[in-house]
Design a protein around this ligand. Structure first.
Ligand SMILES: *[C@@H]1O[C@H](CO)[C@@H](O)[C@H](O)[C@H]1NC(C)=O
Ligand SMILES: *[C@@H]1O[C@H](CO)[C@@H](O)[C@H](O)[C@H]1NC(C)=O
Ligand SMILES: *[C@@H]1O[C@H](CO)[C@@H](O)[C@H](O)[C@H]1NC(C)=O
Length: 456
């Protein structure tokens, strides 16, 4: 499937059910209203499924860069990978973070589509609109995730061959970063062997689950320093974290995932339910009492996938969006298999991939780490800890550098981020942002993307 989307596509796909009509009209309105407003909504799009293994169907959705002044082929191609595992890039990343439209189907001011061709892929299989025909086709480790994505990328670049010569970047968030690292390494090898034609230019790891233990071990000190734990709470959180660390050291990764869940409960109970994704935005829904009676792995799926599947996003994806796409099988529900995705990956979840980042750096791949100041689940101090574990030869020189302050693009004179770059490694500290950086600091995230893709 490959479509040039024109405003007419919505007129052609008449809503089947009365209840969808209002939203379809809204879509149409968003398109009409945006005409001439230099908005990204009228851009070209394409989407399709790739069967990456027998019974394993992966969904991708491409938005062409949309600028009045510059041809799309002069912009990079950016693939966005969501976390979880089980989160959907075509849903959350697209409508809640960087895509051309917001959840209300209004044009997004800081959409990355203004300076990049955007490729969303629902991975691992079972996330978003991707689905498994058979129970045994879910990925159980990051190696399978990477080989599935390689299959998808081979097919994608063969089919949409105009992107073979366009710089290709992988951007990611959370668990997406762990997958992005592994995918980048496989892609680098595949390109060297001539198996896939693409101009891979770098990977950006956002609030990424590269070294889970370093995240867990720093929750206590971080929360204690900012008045979200008392001394008693600090002790409880630290001992729960020690138990996780012990299990990881024993290579008991399934057990480590369960203990990690217990460590999160200790955080919730002692902080009165701090928001793991942004320590300053606790809401009434961030209640830890709702976790009662769940087994630990299900609880984790609930905690970490549910925020990516709000009711409004669910209604949008399973309503007007699936109608627009027209290729989603009837019995596939957006997000319907995401808990399974998480459960099947539970034995791999706590395994670190610092060594993979090291291999990328040695192979000369441009690697960027970016992290939100207010993120707890993958806090910045934990990221700094694993960076110090790199065997990368440039590390001592990187450590000696001072960072550079970046202005918040919307408030000149106000610091929005800090950055430090040495050779093929860069680290961005994004201020006033939590785990989902583009949702919290859209203009800053957009600016960072342009810097990483060498547009400024
Ligand atoms: C987009 O920017 C315009 C003009 O700066 C502003 O009025 C509007 O509220 C912004 N929209 C969103 C969704 O942030
Ligand atoms: C959907 O239905 C088809 C045909 O009945 C079946 O083969 C397939 O397994 C179903 N897929 C899912 C995800 O349930
Ligand atoms: C990596 O980044 C540097 C700039 O920091 C750039 O000169 C180089 O071309 C990039 N490498 C690739 C493969 O794009």
């Amino acid at each position: 499937m490959f479509r040039k989307t024109t405003p007419g596509i919505f007129q052609r796909s008449e809503p089947q059910m009365g209840q969808c009509r209002a939203t379809s009209v809204l879509l149409l309105f968003a398109l009409t209203a945006s005409k001439g407003l230099q908005s990204p909504v009228g851009g070209k799009e394409a989407w399709d499924y790739v069967e990456v293994r027998d019974g394993a169907h992966m969904f991708w959705w491409l938005y062409y860069a949309d600028s009045q002044f510059v041809n799309y082929q002069e912009f990079p191609l950016v693939m966005w990978l969501q976390g979880g595992p089980g989160g959907s890039g075509t849903g959350f990343g697209n409508f809640a973070e960087i895509g051309p439209l917001t959840l209300d189907l209004k044009p997004r001011n800081s959409s990355w589509v203004q300076a990049a061709n955007l490729l969303f892929v629902d991975n691992p299989v079972g996330s978003g609109f991707s689905y498994c025909d058979k129970p045994d086709c879910y990925a159980t480790n990051v190696a399978t995730v990477a080989s599935d994505m390689l299959t998808l990328l081979k097919r994608f670049f063969a089919k949409v061959d105009e992107f073979q010569s366009v710089p290709f970047y992988i951007f990611s968030e959370s668990y997406g970063g762990k997958m992005a690292a592994a995918i980048s390494l496989e892609l680098t090898k595949a390109i060297a062997q001539g198996e896939v034609k693409c101009k891979f230019a770098g990977v950006a790891l956002g609030d990424s689950w590269i070294s889970p233990v370093d995240s867990v071990m720093t929750w206590g000190p971080y929360l204690h320093a900012i008045s979200l734990l008392d001394d008693h709470g600090l002790n409880e959180v630290n001992s729960a974290a020690e138990a996780v660390k012990h299990a990881v050291e024993q290579q008991q990764f399934q057990k480590a995932t369960e203990l990690w869940s217990a460590a999160e409960s200790a955080v919730e109970q002692n902080s009165n339910g701090v928001n793991f994704y942004n320590i300053l935005s606790q809401t009434a829904e961030d209640t830890w009492a709702s976790s009662e009676g769940k087994n630990l792995i299900s609880l984790q799926a609930l905690r970490h996938i549910r925020p990516l599947q709000s009711q409004s996003l669910n209604e949008l994806m399973n309503g007007p969006i699936r109608e627009k796409l027209r290729i989603i099988p009837e019995n596939v529900t957006w997000g319907g298999q995401s808990d399974e995705v998480f459960r099947y990956m539970a034995g791999d979840f706590m395994r670190p991939v610092v060594n993979i980042v090291d291999q990328l750096l040695t192979a000369g791949v441009n690697v960027t780490v970016y992290n939100g100041q207010l993120d707890l689940i993958v806090d910045t101090i934990g990221q700094e800890l694993w960076v110090q574990k790199l065997k990368w030869k440039g590390l001592p020189a990187f450590n000696k550098l001072s960072w550079t302050a970046l202005d918040d693009p919307t408030s000149p004179g106000v610091t929005g981020a800090f950055v430090k770059t040495h050779q093929n490694f860069a680290f961005y500290w994004i201020l006033k942002a939590g785990h989902m950086i583009p949702s919290d600091q859209g203009p800053m995230a957009f600016q960072m993307m342009k810097m990483i893709t060498q547009q400024v």
